[in-house]
Write a protein that binds this ligand. Structure first.
Ligand code: TXE
Length: 481
């Protein structure tokens, strides 16, 4: 059976206690590998390797760091097929999606930060009349912790690691225990690319043990985390008294606001994706759909028709649009919301049931589901389901739509469909979130700030924001005569 080992100081190793966790293939509901169930001692070992590597790596020239990061990107690209298969096997997502989105994006994360670090600059402030000059040094922090989730495994793991090491830090990283396979494969890619030993250390294990040991480690000075809001809150409580730098990318309950004056066909096609891509397991999915009343009935009919055509099946099948959910417990969580909808007397327009895929009846398949809700204050509209369930409801006015969009504890992204540029500006300014997509969705330029407001997180990653997070600014003030 495949063993998912730790990668510490440039070498694969077993966990110190020799304890292991089962890893499931969600498409078939079967155990296919064993994961290192690491604890605090393994984190300490990884920390020591990272701390030893820091003095040399932080003084490595930008050209050299950039060259190594680009090499990692090139090797990821060269191994696209193998990595995409591993991602799909581990996560249940369609292979086509892993091939077209997850793995190419993991490569871009490295190639983007390989370039970005060569363009990173800091400020100088001349105090005119005071005979002094200030300049800001942006120095790497030291050893940083990166904790990532299961929905976009290699994509989000590398989104944290690439800027961290580009900026000269060394890393202790933990992928989700639900999807560790591609992070494990990244170890040998880094070795092949010539990344010096100890710059990146990958430790596998549970959040409560391995993850918590990273958060609590007194010398790991910054934590970047993507995952659930509750876990983020817990990490923040531990990190705050230690004054660690924190970047938290948490959940979302994003509004998709559709006005009658939009490009209808483009909106319809994109809305199917923003609702159900990756089985709805993307923090940016538009899970609350609000439609202007004049086109509501038409939209409802067309949306149901399009969604009913989505092929649910084994992720390796090239026809599959909806693969398996990531785990049995997540399937149960998603399913429980259909029951909640029923007790709230909401109208289940489509889906709502598990799917028995031929020959894979143990897999975690669930129908794409559309629920018509009566108001925005119901649980279906207020709680993050993070699966293939969306709600729809009509609105009459722009103000009503805006109020409902903002009436949630989350504030990650919003999508706006309209051809009225005045409305675009009015609403973009007032939507409470970190990202507004207008007539598009998941359109990402890696230079832009990425992150959420309210309970969707703290801080921004992406582009220079990420390089700023992973460096500590120091002002040097020099006087002259
Ligand atoms: O995530 P967790 P879970 C949301 C989504 C989902 C819910 C729970 O609603 O249903 O969160 O998912 C590590 N100290 N999102 O429970 O636990 C864990 O090992 C340190 C949104 O699977 O937050 C994993 O590596 N680390 C989201 C990572 O945190 C801890 C993506 C994320 O797992 C820890 C995923 C601890 N005490 C879920 N406990 C998004 N924003 O994209 C867990 N971890």
């Amino acid at each position: 059976m495949q063993l998912i080992l730790n990668y510490i100081n440039g070498e694969y190793c077993k966990p110190i206690d020799d304890k292991w966790l089962d890893n499931y293939n969600p498409a078939e509901g079967k155990i296919y590998s064993k994961i290192a169930n690491s604890g605090a001692e393994d984190i300490e070992k990884a920390y020591k390797a990272a701390a030893d590597a820091f003095p040399s790596w932080s003084e490595t020239s930008l050209d050299e760091r950039s060259r190594i990061l680009q090499k990692i990107a090139d090797i990821i690209e060269a191994n696209l097929d193998q990595l995409a298969e591993a991602e799909s096997l581990d996560n249940g997502k369609p292979l086509s999606l892993a091939k077209s989105v997850d793995i190419p994006r993991a490569a871009s994360n490295f190639s983007f930060f390989a370039k970005a670090i060569t363009q990173f600059s800091s400020e100088a402030h001349e105090s005119i009349g005071l005979q002094s000059m200030n300049f800001t040094l942006r120095q790497p922090i030291g050893v940083v912790g990166c904790i990532s989730p299961w929905n976009l495994p290699l994509y989000l793991f590398t989104w944290k690691i690439a800027p961290a090491i580009a900026a000269g830090n060394t890393v202790v990283a933990k992928p989700s225990e639900i999807t560790p396979y591609t992070a494990y494969l990244l170890g040998e890619i880094c070795t092949e690319a010539g990344l010096p030993k100890g710059v990146l250390n990958i430790v596998n294990g549970l959040g409560q043990t391995a993850g918590e040991a990273i958060t609590k480690h007194p010398k790991i000075k910054a934590i970047t985390f993507t995952g659930g809001t509750k876990t983020g809150e817990h990490i923040a409580k531990i990190a705050a008294p230690m004054f660690k730098k924190l970047s938290l990318e948490l959940g979302g309950k994003n509004p998709n606001l559709i006005f009658a004056d939009c490009n209808y066909d483009k909106m319809l096609e994109t809305t199917v994706k923003s609702s159900f891509a990756n089985q709805g397991q993307i923090c940016l999915c538009g899970s609350r759909i609000f439609v202007e009343a004049s086109i509501y009935e038409q939209f409802k009919k067309d949306f149901i028709e399009k969604v009913s055509q989505l092929k649910i099946g084994h992720p390796m099948n090239s026809e599959t649009k909806i693969g398996a959910l990531v785990s049995k417990s997540h399937l149960e969580k998603v399913e429980s919301y259909v029951e909640i909808a029923k007790t709230e007397n909401q109208n289940i327009l489509f889906g709502g049931k598990r799917v028995d895929v031929e020959n894979f009846s143990e897999g975690y398949y669930f129908q794409p589901t559309i629920i018509e809700v009566k108001s925005n204050d119901c649980r279906i509209n207020q709680e993050e389901i993070f699966g293939p369930i969306v709600s729809i409801m009509p609105f009459e006015t722009e103000t009503e739509a805006l109020n409902m969009a903002n009436d949630t504890k989350y504030g990650l992204s919003s999508t706006l469909w309209t051809s009225d540029m005045n409305r675009v500006m009015r609403m973009s300014k007032k939507l409470e979130c970190g990202i507004v997509w207008v007539n598009t969705w998941l359109n990402r330029d890696l230079r832009t700030p990425f992150g959420g407001t309210k309970q969707s997180g703290v801080g921004r990653e992406g582009g220079l924001e990420a390089l700023r997070f992973f460096t500590e600014p120091k002002n040097i003030c020099i006087t002259y005569e």
